[in-house]
Ligand binder design. Structure first.
Ligand SMILES: O[C@H]1[C@H](O)[C@@H](O)[C@H](O)[C@@H](O)[C@H]1O
Ligand SMILES: [Fe+2]
Ligand SMILES: [Fe+2]
Length: 314
């Protein structure tokens, strides 16, 4: 008998195949998201122009700083207590201090000369433009350029009933847990703070717990924390930008490695962003002075992009 060719039937498409296909398409989606993120990250985390061009030993030389800076830190380290910080936050949330556009805020800030800063005697508007322009020159994302432009606008607090500059400018540090040696001028500088050697407030974790996340930690009150709340509520800036604003003065953490045991996973991501931002804040201080009138149209557009309500409640 001639053999009969048996045609094998087309394999049936089983439920398991369907699942596998779905998994594959999810995996492709994930790869695409990762690819897109990598594109952004490259912009954000790529080294800055200053990595090659600046002599970094010229900046933040606090031991050689003038008395103005030394006196500033003695006062700040004496007066930033847990009690003061609770009061400052309460006051902040209790009212709106002014209503104006971001550009008007920059102009208002212009008369302030920062007593804590050993590296610049320029006005704040010049410092803001220098930072933003350096970020722009390096081809970083537009939201980061805007972050450079506004990051110190919280210094407006000075005009809204601040007690001096000690509760507005300068590096920040946590209150409610031990003062770390890596804060400028070390622990000794806090000897007259009422929380110094306090049984709880000056112990390793104080009122916090390991890994609790920086969002739960009270950083000394000043321009970072103030602007963070305003930008969070009134702008569409991404988390990385908000972290750059909130932690840019927290040098003991982003620069010296202190307080890392308080971080959670989100903070670890944000630390990268804050570190990427820092060179533009610090090393642009010795750049040339940008022309306000020339740059104004570019930055007005940028502000509109991320602050949908032109008038900001300060
Ligand atoms: O003196 C400066 C200045 O007040 C900055 O605005 C602040 O971000 C720095 O941390 C500080 O060192
Ligand atoms: Fe600042
Ligand atoms: Fe700054």
């Amino acid at each position: 008998m001639a053999p009969v060719a048996i045609e094998s039937p087309a394999p049936a498409f089983t439920k398991r195949d369907g699942q596998a296909l779905e998994e594959l398409s999810d995996a492709i989606d994930e790869v695409n998201v990762l690819k897109a993120n990598m594109k952004n990250e490259k912009g954000l985390y790529e080294e800055s122009e200053f990595d090659k061009s600046k002599d970094k030993t010229q900046f933040r030389q606090y031991e050689d700083a003038c008395d103005r800076v030394k006196n500033f830190y003695k006062e700040q380290h004496t007066k930033q207590t847990v009690a003061y910080n609770l009061k400052a936050r309460h006051e902040f949330h209790s009212k709106t201090r002014a209503e104006m556009t971001v550009w008007q805020a920059m102009e208002k800030l212009n008369t302030l000369i920062d007593e804590s800063d050993p590296d610049t005697s320029l006005s704040q508007i010049e410092h803001l433009l220098q930072s933003a322009e350096a970020i722009r020159r390096d081809g970083k994302p537009r939201w980061m350029q805007l972050t450079g432009l506004i990051h110190d606008l919280g210094k407006l607090l000075f005009f809204f009933g601040a007690q001096g500059q000690w509760d507005v400018v300068g590096d920040t540090f946590p209150v409610g847990c031990g003062f770390d040696e890596r804060i400028i001028y070390g622990r000794e500088s806090f000897s007259e703070n009422e929380d110094f050697c306090h049984e709880i407030y000056d112990s390793k974790f104080g009122i916090y717990s390991p890994g609790c996340g920086l969002d739960r930690v009270m950083l000394s009150w000043g321009h970072d924390e103030y602007l963070y709340h305003i930008a969070k509520e009134q702008s569409t800036l991404p988390d990385e930008a908000l972290a750059m604003i909130r932690y840019h003065s927290f040098y003991p953490w982003h620069n010296a490695g202190a307080y890392h045991e308080l971080m959670d996973d989100h903070d670890r991501d944000m630390l990268r962003a804050v570190k990427a931002f820092n060179p533009y804040d610090l090393y642009s201080k010795s750049d040339g002075i940008p022309s306000l009138e020339e740059l104004k149209p570019y930055y007005l557009d940028l502000i509109d992009e991320y602050f949908p309500n032109k008038v900001v409640r300060w």
